[in-house]
Design a protein around this ligand. Structure first.
Ligand SMILES: Cc1ncc(COP(=O)(O)O)c(C=O)c1O
Length: 483
């Protein structure tokens, strides 16, 4: 203990200020999963990871492509002749073919309605690195970005920790399906001003993590008008652009500014291949800025988080294969839609709603009616039961700075069909049990609040019995038959 204390004092304030945000339920859930991971054969009662926004549903297509294109991987007989040239390349502009392919891919994902200049593409270590890079370029320590809630918890780390930049929440709520209103923006802006915090920008995520919704044309136009009038930056995280699996289609900020007479120097896009392609391990992050000075500064900074040239070469080759890409994007969308439907409909049947959504690798589950009271404490109590007894790592809304307790983000694309069905059964049974208890407690008059802490270890036994009606869409789904 004394050693830790002494050692802590030897480190910088930033290194020891908890700015990483690791001590939050968002990351605690991951730890709970790591210490007891579910496996259908070896640990069927373990925790199922539903707190990780990963896109693993279409890897068979990627694997097939890699097998068919051995030259793209330089550690193969076919690729080895490029090995030396790629291994010694170290220009922080990146391989020209990589930037060209990324620009084309970003266009394709946006329906070829916009064009991107490869010379404006700057590499970063994932969207994580891209956000920090932009925060560094656009704001000084103590200055702030407005961020509509609920928002991705990683932003607290990515934008704030090493830059000293602040985030000011723009409070959105379920009364209008968490839409960002002019009123909420102005209120957040004024509040920051009253606290003597200088607002330098607005950060939006479209499609939204955690909501799985997209921003419509009108909202985007209003946001551009707002930032233009205030003369602040607009940073658009479009990392989930190709995960839109149902109508309406995705609208990029690039389309909006084409039709608006705004100051383009204020517009910046963050992108990455972590979600659309499912490659978080490759750390391919992109800053696309319409501002020359930002491009120049960010380019110099990219030395701190370059994408390996081996990865650049592979990605350049894969993203240049148009017919593969078309097939991949379409198939990935279909598989995401199927997953989303199976899950949300399965929950609907036991009375659990979720925010209507058409994008992302997750949905926003509404468990408000299972709370004792509408407080964060009650939400955390429910979350602890879900993680410790139902054995599902879903993420509580409070970790996304949601203003209303009782919402949970459920990730559905990071597991196989079999695991998904176990997860679905666990939630359904949990809710059914909770309902039974609710009825019982009402019958017995005033038995205080729901005693949700059931013997959930028994749940897996219950789950093995077919509680789903044979007439339900779930029962007839091939996914159910597979289990
Ligand atoms: C909205 C959003 N932005 C950025 C990131 C970070 O992505 P990357 O893995 O590319 O760093 C995530 C990851 O979940 C995210 O959801």
């Amino acid at each position: 203990m004394e050693f830790i204390m002494r050692n802590t004092q030897l480190l910088s304030k930033i290194a020891t200020n908890d700015g990483h945000g690791e001590k939050s339920p968002y990351f605690d859930g991951w730890k709970a999963y790591d210490s007891d991971p579910f496996s259908p054969r070896t640990n069927p009662c373990g925790v199922i990871q539903m707190g990780l926004a990963e896109n693993q549903l279409s890897f068979d297509l990627i694997q097939q492509w890699v097998v068919n294109h051995p030259r793209a991987s330089i550690c193969t007989a076919e690729g080895s002749k490029d090995f030396k040239e790629i291994a010694i390349f170290q220009d922080y502009h990146g391989l020209p073919e990589f930037r060209n392919a990324i620009a084309k891919f970003m266009e394709k994902v946006r329906g070829d309605r916009v064009t991107f200049d490869p010379d404006r593409i700057v590499m970063a270590g994932g969207a994580t690195g891209a956000h920090e890079m932009l925060a560094f370029c656009l704001a000084d320590p103590g200055e702030a970005f407005l961020v509509p809630t609920p928002y991705y918890p990683g932003f607290d780390r990515d934008l704030r920790w090493r830059t000293g930049v602040e985030l000011v929440p723009v409070i959105c709520d379920s009364s209008n399906n968490f839409k960002i209103t002019q009123r909420a923006l102005e209120a957040a802006y004024d509040k920051a001003k009253e606290s003597n915090i200088k607002v330098k920008g607005l950060l939006i995520t479209n499609p939204s993590n955690p909501l799985g919704t997209i921003l419509d044309r009108e909202t985007l136009t209003n946001l551009v008008t707002f930032t233009d009038e205030k003369n602040i930056h607009l940073v658009c995280d479009e990392i989930y652009a190709a995960t839109v699996f149902n109508k309406p289609s995705f609208v990029s900020i690039a389309e909006i500014i084409k039709q608006t007479n705004c100051n383009r120097d204020l517009i910046h896009i963050v992108y990455s291949l972590s979600k659309d392609m499912g490659f978080p391990g490759f750390r391919v992050g992109i800053v696309y800025s319409y501002n020359d000075a930002v491009v120049n500064c960010a380019r110099k900074m990219s030395s701190f988080g370059l994408v390996s040239t081996q990865t650049q070469l592979l990605i350049a080759s894969m993203l240049s294969d148009e017919s593969f890409l078309e097939k991949f994007i379409a198939e990935s969308g279909e598989r995401l839609a199927t997953r989303h439907n199976t899950f949300t409909r399965g929950l609907e049947q036991v009375g659990i709603g979720s925010l209507k959504s058409n994008a992302g690798l997750f949905f926003w589950m509404d468990l408000r009616r299972l709370l004792n009271e509408p407080t964060v404490e009650a939400e955390m109590k429910l979350w602890r039961i879900i993680i410790n007894e139902v054995k599902l790592n879903v993420s509580p809304g409070s970790s996304f700075h949601c203003s209303e307790p009782g919402w949970f983000r459920v990730c559905f694309a990071n597991m196989d069909d079999e695991t998904m069905m176990v997860a679905l059964r666990r939630i359904r049974n949990f809710v059914l049990k909770a309902k039974e208890l609710e009825v019982a407690s009402k019958k017995h008059c005033r038995r205080s609040n729901l005693q949700l802490s059931l013997s959930f270890r028994r749940l897996d036994d219950i789950m093995m019995t077919p509680r789903i009606s044979p007439h339900s869409p779930i029962a007839s789904s091939p996914l159910v038959r597979a289990t």
